[in-house]
Design a protein around this ligand. Structure first.
Ligand code: NAD
Ligand code: DAU
Length: 351
């Protein structure tokens, strides 16, 4: 039985990745390590928490002693590393926690994995999940991000993720650590914390609150349904070449304002609002400081070499996402009111 450490598994993408691995590979033991910061929510994994091949451990990836003991306890074969501080706006107001978790945390995992695998005769892998934001910002209508696009991160978040990617490559180059990295575009779907654009706006529409559009709403993002990201992680984990980087994206670029108008239209249709109701909530606000203009991934390499392509069209993915939030209002309410943290307080410590 392979024992795999997945970090950040109580978060958005991590919970989809944990679910996919636990259900698709009963022969793997999956250990989900998560600190349960504000972004970690064990309700995201309620449907699989009693599976025999699933274990949850609460802890901090930057805590060397804890991570050392965890590796001794489980003797992990591989790591899929998703734990991070992930929200750009928070990185602008509180950058140091991003440095600690994203940089020191990744270095701590690499260091302990290297020590643990020193005399290993098994096939080990350290898979680092990263973001397209490390490449910086593109011109409107211009070129794409390729795997060899030079790094040019602009925010404390993207700089901390870029640093972590460099550390992973350094461990590969210097210590021969078997690593693989993927850089993905914007994800959307169920269980995304309502601080990110799509779930925040769904929540605000339902609560009839303003929809705060940064600047003129002309920034472009490339959107991918989260389950397609988890499937890409599965493919890269099993078939990716050691030392390689893979870009993951949806070839699905939207200006924020066009996306928001589509979202308003789809929610109005779903909850039988008169046409145009939700658009009236759109409110232009001061732009995000240093706001990256455009991200767009070229995902040819993963398609040609590993056969992965997104399975969902955006229109369908967005409808599925809206349906999920409408069917899970209690999840949204628990998260927005903070009671999701009380729920596990007895069992687990919260930040
Ligand atoms: P998220 O914020 O929803 O989840 C992050 C998880 O990490 C949470 O469960 C949190 O409790 C945990 N965590 C934070 N600090 C920790 C620490 N010190 N020790 C242990 N656990 C800790 O993030 P997400 O959106 O699911 O992103 C997951 C990963 O994917 C991140 O590495 C992110 O950079 C990357 N990524 C995200 C996107 C996106 O669109 N959301 C796109 C590309 C890449
Ligand atoms: O590209 C991948 C990245 O996508 C991930 O690495 C990050 O973890 C993830 O948070 C995401 O970053 P963005 O900054 O692109 O996502 P966010 O949902 O915060 O914002 C999307 C766009 O919408 C961006 O141009 C800012 C804008 N926006 C966002 C919010 C929260 C608004 O106009 N108003 C808002 O209230």
């Amino acid at each position: 039985m392979k024992t795999i450490l997945i970090t950040g598994g109580a978060g958005f993408i991590g919970s989809h990745t944990v679910r996919l691995f636990v259900t698709k590979y009963p022969e793997y033991k999956i250990v989900n390590l998560d600190k349960l910061t504000y972004a970690g929510n064990l309700e995201n994994l309620k449907d699989i928490e009693n599976k025999p091949n699933y274990i949850f451990e609460q802890g901090d990836i930057a805590d060397l002693k804890f991570i050392t003991n965890l590796f001794k306890k489980y003797n992990f074969d591989s790591v899929i590393h998703l734990a991070a501080e992930s929200h750009v706006d928070r990185s602008i107001t509180d950058p140091l926690v991003f440095i600690r978790t994203n940089i020191t945390g990744t270095a701590t995992l690499l260091h302990v994995a290297k020590e643990s695998w020193k005399e290993s005769n098994k096939k080990n892998l350290f898979y680092h999940v990263s973001t397209d934001e490390v490449f910086g910002s593109l011109e409107l209508g211009g070129d794409f991000f390729y795997e060899d696009t030079p790094y040019d991160p602009k925010s404390p978040y993207s700089s901390s993720k870029a640093s972590s990617d460099h550390l992973v490559r350094a461990w590969n180059h210097t210590y021969n650590m078997p690593v693989v990295i993927s850089n993905c575009s914007n994800n959307y779907g169920p269980y995304q914390f309502p601080e990110k654009l799509i779930p925040l706006f769904i929540n605000n529409i339902l609560k009839k609150k303003p929809l705060p559009v940064y600047g003129e709403g002309i920034n472009v993002r490339d959107w991918l349904f989260v389950e397609d990201h988890a499937k890409a992680i599965d493919v890269i984990f099993h078939k990716g070449k050691i030392g390689e980087t893979y870009n993951i994206g949806g070839h699905n670029e939207w200006t924020n304002i066009d996306l928001i108008k589509l979202l308003c239209k789809q929610v109005d249709e779903k909850i039988r609002n008169p046409e145009g109701t939700s658009e009236k909530l759109i409110t232009y606000v001061t732009d995000r400081s240093g706001h990256d203009l455009r991200y767009a991934i070229d995902a040819t390499k993963i398609k040609d070499e590993l056969g992965w392509i997104p399975s969902l069209q955006f229109d369908e993915g967005l409808r599925k996402t809206i349906d999920w939030y409408l069917e899970n209002i209690s999840w949204l309410d628990n998260v927005t009111s903070g009671t999701y943290q009380d729920y596990y307080k007895k069992q687990y410590k919260q930040d």
